[in-house]
Design a protein around this ligand. Structure first.
Ligand code: ATP
Ligand code: MG
Length: 485
């Protein structure tokens, strides 16, 4: 049992009331966070800041996860050094961000995010509303340190004390500091108690904090699912009431959050929790309506299997490209729509591209899916059409096997074949070794695991087989628009 969970420590936590000026401090010998478990790059940044005379705290998910004996995804640092001062200490440093200015310290394969303690504002001052911001057209306007738009904070660079910084973080378990100077844990917000109770609690009033930044609602569901924590009742109720406010969040940030969910290792659990709260339906309304439509059983079955697949890949240490994840998640919805377009006379390949664009660029979605991802999904689903038209053994097929996106397309087909019996025959055709494959080409069955691929425009993928293609043996099954249970 970690020391900080022992009875005498719990006793101390119970006795010490949480007031603005009385943080709970656990000495190095009183908690289980071992310095050796901090990534050496983060330790280096902490130590150099400390040596330069600044406060240097490990914060956020790094402290939370180490106290829970989990492996942190990343290590964030909070300091009283300003971003410009951090930049002076580290040659390998860049200042990023506008809403939050941050210093990124670069190492060979990791970036350590170093943030200056931020001030706590009880409520955004009314005069911050609508303060002009610089833009491409208005470069003469100076960047304000604080500004809101419709109550949502759009500039937040007022620096403050460690205590203020802790109190403006999202959840109590994310508000703990580990002080590199003496190895103590500093808790201004009751995070240690909540870690012990396994509760995710918003710092301050949930409604106010969610209104300030609605993305916190999505974070709450993801982090609680990852840790298997309960979301505290007021926060839970606020999420159900307020998820509509996500419409005022940045679509890019929401896409980033979505990617974090898909790759967090418990994507299915997050989806189920988010669905129960109506959060998922708010983010993807049209897709969610399809998930509740006439084909709901098959649709939900496919979606949950896709999410479980992401979790299995994560456990195996594999990192699928976002396009493969989006293709798998939205695939049958897109293919169903493509089928409808084709039924109206559009060629199958064009119908697929059109459906990808209609679904993924749908303005009703609250996420902004980057163009490159949409192009790659077009390629993955476009190749499905081409595979259906080919025997899998011809010269055309062997060229198709070498096209960008083919590996992902085959993974998609393998996944679909596991759900939809009609695609099994097609899969078998494409899994058979290609007789004329050049020696350098990896056989199709060796390209199973998801991995990153360079992105090219779907124009690279021809829509029709060339003349050397023999007619495909038995006519390919009509595109399956709904996965079978
Ligand atoms: P993980 O990295 O495991 O996904 P995390 O809690 O570390 O989880 P980050 O996005 O790395 O998440 O953020 C680091 C810390 O910054 C958080 O722990 C939290 O203290 C603070 N933080 C992040 N996003 C917000 C937000 N929207 N509002 C307030 N504080 C935030
Ligand atoms: Mg983190």
């Amino acid at each position: 049992m970690p020391l900080w969970q022992r009875e005498e420590i719990q006793e101390m936590l119970r006795e010490r009331p949480l007031t603005m000026d009385a943080p709970v401090i656990l000495k190095e010998s009183e908690h289980g966070l071992k310095r050796e478990r901090i990534a050496h790059e983060a330790l280096r940044v902490l130590t150099r800041l400390d040596e330069a005379g600044y406060k240097a705290y490990l914060c956020g998910g790094g402290v939370r996860d180490l106290l829970l004996n989990r492996t942190p995804k990343d290590f964030d640092i909070a300091t009283d050094a300003r971003p410009e001062e951090v930049k002076k200490i580290f040659r390998n440093c860049r200042i990023i961000g506008r809403r939050f200015k941050l210093a990124h310290v670069f190492f060979r394969d990791v970036i350590i995010e170093t943030a200056t303690f931020r001030a706590l504002l009880d409520a955004p001052p009314p005069e911050a509303e609508g303060v002009p911001l610089p833009s491409r057209r208005r470069t003469d306007v100076p960047d304000p340190t604080f500004a809101t738009r419709g109550g949502v904070i759009v500039r937040d660079n007022v620096y403050g004390t460690p205590e203020q910084d802790a109190r403006r973080r999202d959840f109590t378990i994310n508000g703990l500091f580990y002080d590199i100077a003496d190895g103590s844990i500093i808790d201004y917000v009751g995070g240690l108690k909540d870690l012990e109770r396994r509760v995710l609690r918003v710092i301050g009033d949930p409604e106010t904090r969610f209104h300030e930044d609605p993305v916190r609602m999505v974070r709450a569901v993801r982090i609680a699912s990852q840790l298997d924590f309960e979301i505290e009742r007021h926060a839970r109720e606020a999420i159900i009431r307020m998820c509509g406010e996500l419409g005022s969040s940045s679509r890019e940030r929401l896409h980033e959050e979505m990617l974090k969910i898909l790759n967090c290792g418990c994507a299915l659990k997050v989806f189920e929790r988010a669905w129960r709260k109506g959060l998922f339906q708010t983010i993807y309304p049209t897709y969610s309506a399809w998930l509740q439509g006439p084909d709901r059983h098959d649709a939900m079955n496919w979606t949950k299997k896709a999410l479980r697949q992401f979790d299995v890949w994560k456990q195996a240490g594999l990192k699928p490209m976002p396009a493969l994840q989006h293709a798998l998640l939205f695939g049958p919805y897109i293919e169903g729509m493509a089928g409808a377009f084709a039924a109206e006379g559009m060629p199958e390949f064009e119908a697929t591209l059109q459906a990808v664009s209609t679904v993924l660029r749908d303005k009703a979605n609250l996420t902004q899916i980057p163009k490159a991802v949409v192009f790659d999904v077009e390629r993955i689903l476009g190749i499905q059409v081409q595979m259906r038209k080919s025997s899998g053994q011809s010269k055309y097929a062997s060229r198709l096997r070498h096209r960008n996106g083919f590996d992902e397309a085959l993974i998609y087909l393998k996944f679909a074949g596991g759900i939809d019996p009609e695609r099994k025959e097609l899969l078998a055709r494409w899994m058979a070794p290609a007789p004329s494959a050049p020696p350098s080409a990896a056989p199709a069955h060796e390209t199973r695991s998801p991995r990153r691929q360079e992105s090219r425009h779907p124009r690279d993928v021809r829509s029709e087989p060339r003349r050397d293609e023999k007619p495909a043996p038995p006519p390919p099954p009509a595109p399956e628009t709904k996965p079978q249970a």
